[in-house]
Design a protein around this ligand. Structure first.
Ligand code: ADP
Length: 763
């Protein structure tokens, strides 16, 4: 720890500067005091340690004053005891005769009789003698710590058991090295020195240092009184520098304080001045590797504290130092145009104009940090508040959304039920109450199976399983049972419910009563079947004439054969073989008539659409059998093309027959005016793709006008005077119910072709 760092009051000065920043002050105090308390445990209530500070020269000399202040500060800071300082000022060089010395010793002896000093600190300047004597004769047995800045050899007397101390020699080499570093162009050094023993010693050391510097001219100005040096110093040529050594006494016997001497020669000197002691820096000289008195005093203070706390000089030997502290006067650097960049890194720069930043760097940084910290805190608080507000708004929106959802759920016409993964009911809305007859209190907590008829239980298990896997189910139509045991047709939609981690925790089920919709659908189907039936009856009506003829023919033959049989039986020996043949004919004709009647009956029967495998070849042939007589009557030629083998289609044979019948009769109607080859009706079946069969009915009739083409399949569209306009509309309904398509197009030649497709059935 250097003396500079350990000077007292830095923390408090800083505090004072911090002024009104109470907050800061508190922080600083907290930091500094806690650190301090750890270093020293002071026993302030014990007896104070008595320390005598003895100055062999004037206590007011700048170096002495600096050392004393630093020493006291260091001791107060580090000592565990309360300290009591006494000060004596011997001024040896002013009052050097033995009488005076003796009188002074006597005076001190009386003054300090019975005081029991604990320590004597001797500031010995350049002379070691008097203090030595004092210690031996007056304060025998009191341990001594001494500080000396001297070039003298240390007398053996100082190496006593109770003595310890520091001797600082001038750092001449360091000062010259600084000189040449700052002013490398220097080739001539003028050394100004005194004539005292000490002065000469110092000068000898400078001479020794000079011999090591080749090419530099040294001049030692000792042979003329200082007062006469002015002219010479004022006319030094360029490339010169002055080294001010000690001048305790000049040739004329004149004594000088170095700092005063410097002040005298600085204004007249034409070259920069370098010095050996910190006390001179400030009087206009450039600087040097100087004796740093504060550092020296603080170091002596540490030795004094250690000495007070015990130990012997074996542990605290005399220390001799020659290392100076590079120190310059900023103003002198400016004056001589010496760039600051040439300074060694650890140089102490004195008298540099203070910038606000330089002076208050720590304070500014601290205040900036505090402001920044406050700004950050405020920003943080604002952001925090904003986040909180957003979170509140989100929570409010969430709550509102929940309330809205709850209201929607409650007011929904559909039953909305939530169940857990075990199938237990968790929520049950009003529509569920209405639909199933259980009120919420009854249903909640019960298994969902209370509304599932036994036959649907496996299905419900499957639904639950799918919900557990997180699979939704849309518009699934099934049956559910009410509290009163009535079965309802329902459409259900199941959505899995996830928790925040994405795990399925249950399912919501929307259940819509579709009983009335189902009934309406059935009614439509029934009406459609009814309509189809009416249409068939009316279509058959068109065939009546031909069919009457078709029936009359076998009936007439039966009659005629019956009469013939009667005649045979009236004979004596009726020919039984002949009668057998007649009866066979009768059966054949009866079967023929029966078949005609059966075909008509099946078409006349009311029936709804069924889905069975249908052989289209048979269907076509049955239909042609019905219209055969009409074809004959209308003299229309018929061609039929059906591939063999033909896969079956799935469908309703009677309805498909009705479609074919419609198309064939329409074709015949269209050919009413046709002549020759045009009066041909072509019926064909083909495998359009492996999955689809196509049936086509082609005529050579009028063909279709564009307008007709668009409206043909609309109900009640007809161009015939007695037409109903339902044939094609019903045909389209039937074909679409089979999954197929029906269409119409004009032929390349005369007439039109109506065709429909049907999916190939299994097998
Ligand atoms: P309707 O036979 O009672 O008129 P349809 O629905 O069977 O009712 O036919 C509607 C109309 O389509 C017919 O009136 C006719 O104008 C037209 N049409 C049907 N088939 C043919 C065809 N093969 N050639 C020309 N026009 C046709």
């Amino acid at each position: 720890m250097s003396a500079r760092q350990s000077l007292p009051g830095r923390g408090t000065t800083w505090l004072a500067r911090a002024g009104g920043l109470v907050w800061l002050g508190i922080c600083w105090l907290a930091i500094t005091t806690s650190g301090f308390a750890q270093e020293v445990v002071r026993n302030d209530f014990g007896p104070a340690k008595k320390i005598l500070l003895v100055f062999s020269e004037s206590r007011d000399l700048p170096g002495n004053a600096m050392m004393e202040q630093a020493l006291r500060a260091e001791m107060i800071k580090d000592s565990t005891n309360r300290l009591d300082f006494y000060v004596e000022n011997l001024e040896f060089s002013r009052f050097s005769d033995e009488n005076h010395a003796r009188a002074f010793r006597d005076f001190l002896r009386q003054k300090y009789a019975g005081q029991n000093l604990d320590l004597m600190v001797a500031f010995m300047g350049s002379n070691f003698n008097l203090t030595n004597e004092l210690s031996g004769r007056v304060f025998a047995g009191v341990p001594v710590v001494f500080v000396a800045v001297s070039e003298l050899n240390i007398p053996a007397a100082l190496r006593q058991p109770d003595w310890t101390g520091l001797v600082q020699r001038f750092d001449i080499a360091g000062t010259l090295s600084l000189l040449f570093r700052l002013q490398p162009e220097t080739h001539r050094v003028v050394v100004v020195s005194g004539m005292s023993a000490t002065d000469r010693l110092t000068m000898d050391r400078i001479k020794m240092a000079a011999t090591a510097l080749d090419g530099i001219e040294f001049e030692f100005w000792t042979n003329r009184p200082i007062a006469q040096m002015g002219e010479g110093l004022a006319s030094l040529p360029k490339g010169s520098a002055i080294l001010l050594s000690t001048v305790q006494r000049d040739m004329a016997g004149q004594a000088y304080y170095s700092s005063q001497l410097a002040q005298m020669i600085v204004p007249i000197a034409s070259a920069p001045i370098y010095v050996l002691s910190a006390g001179i820096v400030g009087s206009g000289v450039v600087g040097g590797a100087v004796v740093d008195f504060e550092n020296l005093g603080a170091h002596a203070g540490q030795l004094a504290v250690e000495r007070l706390q015990g130990g012997t000089t074996n542990q605290f030997p005399v220390e001799v130092r020659t290392v100076g502290t590079p120190m310059v006067d900023w103003r002198a650097l400016q004056r001589w145009g010496i760039p600051q960049s040439r300074l060694p890194a650890d140089t102490v720069i004195r008298y540099e104009p203070h910038s606000f930043w330089g002076d208050h760097k720590a304070l500014i940084l601290t205040i900036t940090t505090v402001i920044l910290a406050q700004a950050l805190t405020i920003a943080g608080l604002l952001i925090n508040r904003r986040h909180r507000q957003q979170a509140e708004a989100r929570a409010r929106a969430n709550q509102e959304a929940r309330a809205l959802v709850a209201a929607i759920v409650e007011s929904s016409d559909d039953a909305i039920i939530r169940k857990d993964l075990n199938g237990n009911i968790i929520t049950w809305n009003r529509a569920a109450e209405r639909l199933f007859g259980f009120d919420a209190a009854e249903a909640i907590g019960k298994p969902i199976t209370i509304i599932v008829p036994p036959s649907q239980l496996p299905e419900e298990m499957d639904i639950l399983e799918r919900a557990r896997r997180g699979e939704p189910i849309h518009n699934y139509e099934t049956v559910r049972r009410t509290k009163s045991g009535r079965d309802l047709q329902v459409s259900i939609a199941i959505s899995p419910i996830f928790d925040e981690s994405g795990k399925v925790v249950g399912a919501s089920k929307i259940c819509r009563d579709i009983s009335s919709k189902k009934e309406a659908e059935m009614e439509i189907r029934r009406q459609r079947a009814e309509l189809a039936h009416v249409a068939r009856v009316s279509t058959l009506g068109q065939l009546t004439a031909a069919l009457t003829h078709e029936l009359n023919q076998p009936l007439g033959a039966i009659l005629r054969n019956a009469e013939a049989a009667e005649l045979f039986l009236q004979g004596n020996e009726p020919d039984l073989n002949e009668i057998r043949a007649i009866l066979a004919d009768i059966r054949k004709d009866d079967q023929r008539a029966g078949q005609v009647i059966e075909r008509m009956r099946s078409l006349l029967k009311r029936r709804s659409l069924v889905s069975d495998p249908v052989d289209l070849r048979e269907t076509v042939q049955d239909t042609l059998a019905l219209v055969g007589p009409d074809l004959l009557a209308r003299q229309v030629k018929l061609t039929v093309a059906i591939p063999d083998p033909l896969p079956p289609v799935m469908g309703d044979r009677v309805h498909l027959q009705q479609v074919l019948l419609n198309l064939i009769l329409n074709g015949l109607d269209a050919m009413n005016q046709a002549v020759g080859e045009d009066r041909t009706l072509a019926v064909s079946v083909r495998l359009k793709t492996p999955d689809w069969l196509e049936v086509a009915v082609s005529d050579g009739g009028t063909g279709l006008s564009p307008v007709e083409g668009q409206q043909l399949f609309e109900p009640f569209f007809t161009t015939k005077p007695n037409g109903m306009g339902m044939g094609l509309a019903i045909s389209r309904t039937i074909i679409e119910a089979h999954g197929g398509k029906i269409r119409a197009e004009n032929n390349a030649g005369p007439g039109a072709t109506f065709s429909f497709t049907l999916p190939v059935g299994p097998g």
